[in-house]
Design a protein around this ligand. Structure first.
Ligand code: MG
Length: 257
């Protein structure tokens, strides 16, 4: 009897550690490699929610008339020509169509759709802009929209730009913000108040010890964009906390093996 009790206690104590050890999945630009979806579309967000991954990532820019819009690249094709988002008013940007026929979403529309999601967190990437002032306006507007909808606990931020890390820290000190650019050690990021690092997986091939260093500082480690089985397995073995991927179902299958 005593043996059974000890065994049960052992299992109960270690189950949380075992569960924590599994990386969580973030769908890169939403779950877009599926019927009716497209990168950064509202459909890709809803589809990420439907497959019950941890997060859905999305990229945001500021239009020339100060409206936060969703897109990956700095420019977008409108009527056969490339338009730079920062230099184009939102009314013009709205003429662009995504691969699934959706109108390019504003951040406001995206967040309103996100209110209907039940499972995923939204991982918002602030793209680096031409001027700091545009970056500051973008951060202020997006953080305000998130707060107005009461979504603070369901949104995290990422950026290649240090200015964005500082702006998020200033505007919402509780918010989690991760740095993408791969060039800072965990101790530096910790001093900046970042929640952790979110680096290209090749950076961790070079600095595998950064995972443990980050964990020792209470930080989390995310990696992008991990799509190939050998890289996915390597990141699972390195004990990262999150894997950002275009192949969320493959990553899940490999984690659950
Ligand atoms: Mg992105």
């Amino acid at each position: 009897m005593r043996k059974i009790v000890y065994t049960l206690l052992f299992v109960l104590i270690f189950i949380p550690f075992w569960l924590n050890a599994q990386p969580k999945i973030i769908a890169h630009r939403g779950y877009w490699k599926t019927e009716g979806s497209a990168q950064n579309s509202i459909a890709s967000l809803m589809k990420a929610d439907s497959i019950n991954v941890f997060g859905s990532e999305v990229d945001v820019w500021l239009s020339s008339d100060g409206v936060p819009v969703v897109n990956h690249d700095a420019d977008i094709e409108i009527d056969g020509k490339k338009a730079v988002i920062e230099d184009t008013p939102v009314a013009t940007l709205r003429r662009a169509r995504l691969a699934n026929g959706e109108i390019v979403p504003t951040a406001e529309e995206y967040l309103n759709a996100f209110l209907r999601c039940e499972n995923v967190k939204l991982i918002i990437e602030f793209k680096k802009h031409k001027s700091k002032s545009n970056e500051n306006v973008l951060t202020q507007k997006v953080v305000d929209m998130v707060r107005e909808r009461g979504l603070q606990d369901k949104v995290e931020y990422i950026s290649f730009g240090i200015n964005f890390i500082n702006q998020v820290r200033r505007l919402d000190p509780q918010a989690k913000v991760y740095y993408l650019n791969g060039d800072m050690a965990p101790a530096v990021l910790s001093a900046m108040g970042a929640a952790g690092l979110d680096y290209h997986y090749s950076v961790l091939y070079k600095h595998p010890y950064w995972v443990e260093a980050a964990h020792n500082l209470g930080q989390k480690v995310n990696v992008w964009t991990v799509n190939k089985p050998e890289d996915i397995q390597k990141m699972i073995d390195l004990n990262v906390d999150f894997i950002t991927t275009d192949e969320p179902l493959l990553v899940r299958e490999m984690i659950e093996q």
